[in-house]
Design a protein around this ligand. Structure first.
Ligand SMILES: [Zn+2]
Length: 428
């Protein structure tokens, strides 16, 4: 049984924290380690439990600038339950909350989320949640928010919800940034203390806050950042649990929100539901199940694919300056998979030159364009992003260069070579 204690608000040095003591049994940690390592190769043999005390407890917290202290909700366990839920479902551990949970949320989690996700035939026990249901806590505002990671999904959601013709209650007032595990995910290591990892992550968080504030200012919006130590509990598996973790930061500050747009991933409506799936694959279920009566989550940009979103934002001067899709840096490296994918998309759209500020180094793309484009031309349907770009090229009569074509013609030979290499490797 995972126990979530009473919730308090603490103020220190201009910052306010929502805190609860959480007890996580050693058994749950052990099962989590085993199962998480199967889902996320980065987690193999590297979990560190120094965040737990001798009684297997830790203080889970969400922190905001003191100016936003009114937004915090100590009367309900909503944020803590949501933050821990994925961990508990994977480790098969029940949850007990000392403070009440908003009735609608409790109902939806117990009757929809848990039965949909905990598939007993796959070894995931259907966990129980013990908590007192209570009406929704009183609000201080009904702001409208979305996250500003500065990527394509994020910016398209922002632009879609700043349109003049939107009813005012749905127009964005706030951009947010949550430190729930997306940052510095490559920096974990077994031999690195969690405190050191947190220091490194904090640096990236602060860089991204500075960027987010600039974007908010240019778009005439407010900015709210939430820091939290949820990553200490998980230490990986972010893609499987991001919806739970990020929405828990919204629920921690629920007194200030009316609507919140959680950017969709632009991969079409996959609707693959389960604990071993990327949690954005079943966002329609998650967002419904984690909504309150007066705080509704929408899947921002859900009707559009990634390339359509890229096209939608490509002419915006703020996007051209601040777009940041890189997996590793707050300045686009131009070399990683996400950078290359995005450069290929803006190139195909004829907008690459407009992104010289956001991508200061395009040399890798320029030198390898012949190969990158040939690979896109060879993409199959299950490679969603490349396949979409390929179809766009076909529709718009965008052909390959002579060098790309040559390379493409050699595909059968490359396949044979790949097969030989694989066979040689397997035979030692
Ligand atoms: Zn990159």
């Amino acid at each position: 049984m995972i126990e979530i204690g009473k919730i308090a608000v603490e103020h220190r040095e201009g910052r306010s924290r929502l805190v609860a003591a959480v007890r996580v049994p050693q058994d749950a940690i052990r099962v989590w380690q085993q199962r998480a390592a199967r889902l996320d190769a980065h987690m193999k043999d590297r979990y560190r439990s120094e965040y737990l005390d001798a009684e297997s407890r830790f203080r889970l917290w969400f922190e905001v600038e003191e100016a936003y202290a009114d937004a915090l909700c100590p009367e309900r366990s909503d944020a803590f339950l949501t933050a821990i839920l994925y961990f508990a479902m994977v480790s098969g551990e029940d949850i007990r909350c000392e403070a009440p949970v908003t009735d609608k949320l409790l109902y939806q989690i117990k009757e929809y989320l848990i039965p949909s996700l905990c598939d007993e035939s796959k070894g995931y026990r259907r966990i129980s949640v013990e908590a007192e249901p209570a009406p929704e806590a009183e609000k201080v505002a009904a702001f409208v928010g979305t996250g500003i990671s500065c990527g394509v999904d994020s910016f398209s959601t922002v632009l879609l919800h700043t349109k003049e013709e939107l009813p005012e209650a749905f127009r964005l007032t706030h951009l947010t940034l949550f430190n729930t595990g997306a940052m510095n995910f490559a920096g974990y290591a077994k031999d690195k203390p969690l405190a050191q990892w947190r220091e490194e992550t904090k640096k990236e968080f602060e860089e991204r806050i500075a960027l987010g504030k600039k974007v908010a200012q240019e778009l005439d919006m407010k900015f709210l950042a939430v820091d939290t130590n949820i990553p200490d509990l998980y230490q990986g598996c972010f893609s499987f649990s991001h919806t739970f973790r990020n929405l828990s930061a919204v629920l921690a500050t629920q007194k200030t929100w009316g609507s919140y747009y959680y950017a969709s991933a632009g991969e079409g409506n996959l609707n693959r539901v389960g604990l071993t799936q990327d949690s954005s694959f079943y966002d329609p279920l998650n967002l419904m199940a984690l909504s309150l009566r007066s705080l509704y989550f929408y899947s921002g940009g859900a009707p559009y694919t990634r390339l359509q979103k890229t096209e939608m934002i490509a002419d915006d001067p703020v996007v051209q300056k601040y777009l940041n899709v890189c997996s590793f840096h707050t300045v686009n490296c131009g070399r990683c998979e996400k950078c290359v994918r995005t450069l290929a998309a803006v190139d195909v759209l004829g907008k690459r030159e407009a992104f010289r500020t956001a991508f200061p180094d395009m040399s890798y793309f320029e030198n390898n364009k012949w190969k990158i484009m040939a690979n896109i031309a060879e993409a199959r349907e299950d490679d969603f992003f490349s396949y979409e770009t390929k179809q766009y090229m076909e529709r718009h009569g965008i052909g390959l260069s002579a060098k790309s074509k040559q390379y493409h013609l050699l595909l059968p030979f490359r396949k044979v070579r790949r097969w030989f290499r694989k066979a040689r490797k397997e035979n030692g």
